[in-house]
Design a protein around this ligand. Structure first.
Ligand code: ZN
Length: 454
């Protein structure tokens, strides 16, 4: 290992202001806090690898052209993908997205994060005003062999009968509650697949303009009116639920007393945020008990499960074009001043980042199809400077300088599709990361030179 310990800035091409590698290298070994940080980092990277692996599978198998082509081609006016770094996280920007909240793990994550932010703010604001929110869960009968589109349409009709009914807006007998107490809903559809076929259910946040004591009375009245409406409409289509299973409701308490919705919320974080994330973000969750949601099916399909692949195909066609989360418009206007962004707008939101290297269209396609995406992202986050070797002349100049060149990240045999990792001279025992193979430039300095000792 013959690398100099002193960087040679004059030939490195590293811009002024670039932090020293020693500061940037993640050295986690031996520190409890470090291991925790590493665990978080590993989780995120593993998720990212899973997301890109899913994208590659969908490119060849999705029945939805927009999903199959998500992040494959540049958006109009852009020459290609841009590897960018911001907030310590690397990403590719400048690419067309499918904006599917149902069938694309990458876009669904972005859309869900945006919806969760809105919902968190709405819940906190509502509680701060002294009002109440309940979460209702509405389910329907289902059996093996049911058609998912039929089930979904029946669910939509049943919810419309509840939402539009004047019976839910009458004064509640024996209380001060009246029509103004029911302020509106936020509705999310969830679907799982299990031994008894597709299982659809609704999570409904019921916003009530009253304190918790009155809300309990109001909820009883709401359930008494909603249950028969829900059941009758479903019954006409053959999906009537049993009375005891069709509708459950629980008040979401303020502060940290979220026990009533413990079945729905995670153990961490404030209740409002946890409820919002439960409502809006389901990427990363794949199953409830013996039921798989769409991400569980996608994972099974990628692993070669033919049944899961067939279910995934049905899922794609049945969910396409449906809205994932629906607000009562007046409620949203009352609670939030931020614009109600579309799925397309949310999927296009990029955190501030600095572009590191551009990949023109063909380079990007080569990198994507060859599985090099995560190597470039990991290297950028680990403190390497990633550059495209356009033509090889600059590469040779760096070679002559005998420093800075750590290795090739991707080499597809064509100079224009070759990406190298550069950094200030560092020991070649690259940063060890607990529980994970360290980044090792496997084709280190293949072009020779006194430092090519690996
Ligand atoms: Zn997408």
């Amino acid at each position: 290992m013959a690398r100099s310990a002193t960087p040679s800035r004059k030939t490195s091409g590293v811009p002024d202001g670039t932090r020293e590698p020693a500061e940037r290298a993640p050295r986690y070994v031996g520190s409890k806090r470090g291991k925790e940080v590493a665990a978080v980092a590993l989780g995120r990277r593993e998720r990212r690898e899973g997301t890109w692996a899913s994208a590659e599978w969908l490119r060849g198998h999705s029945g939805l052209p927009s999903v199959a082509c998500c992040q494959l081609t540049p958006i109009a006016g852009e020459a290609g993908a841009v590897l960018a770094l911001g907030g310590g996280q690397a990403r590719f920007q400048g690419l067309k997205r499918c904006s599917s909240p149902w069938s694309c793990p990458s876009c669904a994550t972005r859309i869900g994060a945006g919806r969760a932010t809105d919902l968190t703010l709405a819940l906190q604001t509502w509680h701060a005003r002294g009002h109440s929110v309940a979460m209702a869960t509405l389910t329907m009968r289902h059996a093996r062999g049911d058609d998912l589109t039929d089930l979904w349409d029946a669910k939509a009709a049943a919810w419309a009968s509840v939402r539009q009914s004047s019976a839910l807006r009458r004064p509640v007998a024996g209380s001060d509650l009246d029509v103004a107490s029911l302020a509106g809903y936020v509705v999310k559809t969830e679907v799982t697949d299990g031994d008894n076929g597709w299982h659809l259910h609704l999570h409904v946040l019921v916003f009530m303009r009253c304190g918790p004591a009155e809300a309990s009375v109001g909820l009883d009245a709401w359930c008494a009116a909603a249950r028969p409406l829900w059941g009758r409409t479903l019954g006409r289509r053959g999906y009537a639920p049993g009375d005891e299973h069709g509708l459950r409701v629980a008040l979401i308490r303020r502060g940290h007393e979220a026990g009533d919705v413990a079945a729905y919320v995670s153990k961490d974080g404030a209740p409002a945020e946890a409820v919002a994330r439960e409502m809006a973000l389901d990427v990363g969750k794949s199953a409830r008990g013996r039921h798989r949601n769409q991400w569980g099916l996608l994972g099974g399909a990628i692993a070669g499960d033919g049944v899961a692949a067939a279910r995934w195909a049905e899922w794609e066609s049945s969910s396409k074009g449906r809205r994932a989360i629906v607000w009562t418009k007046a409620l949203r206007r009352e609670l939030l001043t931020v614009p109600d962004l579309t799925d397309e707008e949310l999927a296009a939101v990029d955190e501030p980042a600095v572009g590191l290297v551009g990949l023109h269209g063909e380079s990007w396609r080569v990198v994507r199809r060859s599985g090099g995406v995560c190597r470039l992202l990991d290297a950028a986050e680990d403190g390497y400077r990633v550059e495209r070797d356009a033509g090889g002349s600059h590469w040779q100049a760096l070679q002559a300088a005998q420093d800075d060149v750590v290795g090739l990240l991707c080499d597809f045999g064509v100079p224009e599709h070759r990406f190298r990792a550069l950094r200030l001279p560092v020991p070649l025992d690259l940063p060890a990361v607990v529980g994970r193979e360290p980044f090792v430039p496997t084709q280190l300095a293949l072009h020779g030179g006194p430092d090519s000792t690996v």
